[in-house]
Ligand binder design. Sequence first.
Ligand code: SF4
Length: 372
Amino acid sequence: MPLSASLEQRLLPGVLSVPSDELLRWLHARNEPPYRVKQIRRWILLRRASSFEQMTDLPVRLRAELAAHFRVLGTELREVANTTDGTSKLLVGLVDGRAVECVLMRTEDRRTVCVSTQVGCAMGCVFCASGLEGVERNLEPYEILEQFLHATRLLGPQERLTHAVIMGMGEPLANLNNLLAALEVVCSRDGLGLSRRRVTISTVGLPAAIRRLADLGVQYHLAISLHAPTDTLRNQIVPVNRKVGVEELVAAGDYYFEKTGRQVTYEYVLLKGINDTIDCARRLAELLRGRSVHINLIPYNPVESLNFETPSPHRVRQFTDYLRSRGFVVHVRRTKGREISAACGQLRLRHKRGQAAASPHNATAQSASPGN
Ligand code: SF4
């Protein structure tokens, strides 16, 4: 049976998924000069083109050929959920029918995107929707890159992304090569031109990969999702800790600081009655004592079907005050998007389970994903 035109179109590769040398050969076979690669990429990355037809400095015949062989983007924006506080949550469809989430957050002076690096997650943090069904696969570099592009296309013509956090679905350091390849484009002058210092890679803690990243000497900001100050507690809520241990993780963080000169941030999701006690704050202060680090406290953002609760504002304040009294720089991350529900991974989960409601206002958005 012949494929329908739209299905045929969906099966075409996105042009950014094609390696440059392969695209060069493809162009060469059509007697086109090598600089066409740059032109095409500029149109997609900088000028936000959504069709080859828009690429007006390419010959008409070439535009038609491109459209017959490729799509502009290999992923598709399936849904956008907006909140009144300027957050948009995007569900990005992949060519194999799977989907990942990314989030665009707008504040007065920042346009920040939070992207995913894997479909699902193998780390199994007990409070997180992204890890509920394990990991399905790593994202390809172009699938990571295109999340930035979908977010950029929601901005006004004069707006640019200013910051990025690699904190969506998946463990970034478990897909480090593909992440670094995507960030090369994001941070290059021919790409999106984002400063590496404004990109935060957030990890639940794979010490060997942290050290590898440190040895590369790149200036990405590192955030380590600690969530508990002792092995006993961390083993329960971040199962990967059983193979790692908090001491080894903090030592890897120290190594990153030594090698890059960049202060490490420790992320700590506050779960009511579990890790939000003053005793936990005291142990956290002991663990990080003498280090020049930032601590980000994230009051838990509830996930449907998971039995964890957000601590009271009073408890969050007590925890924060204790750490500050010990000389730490502490931020409490503001949770956005409460009115359309909660945390990382839920939009995808609802789609997967066929529960996605027709209105995007029933979907989710957040800025305080416990993802990593
Ligand atoms: S919190 Fe991060 S590392 Fe943990 S399961 Fe969720 S996505 Fe994975």
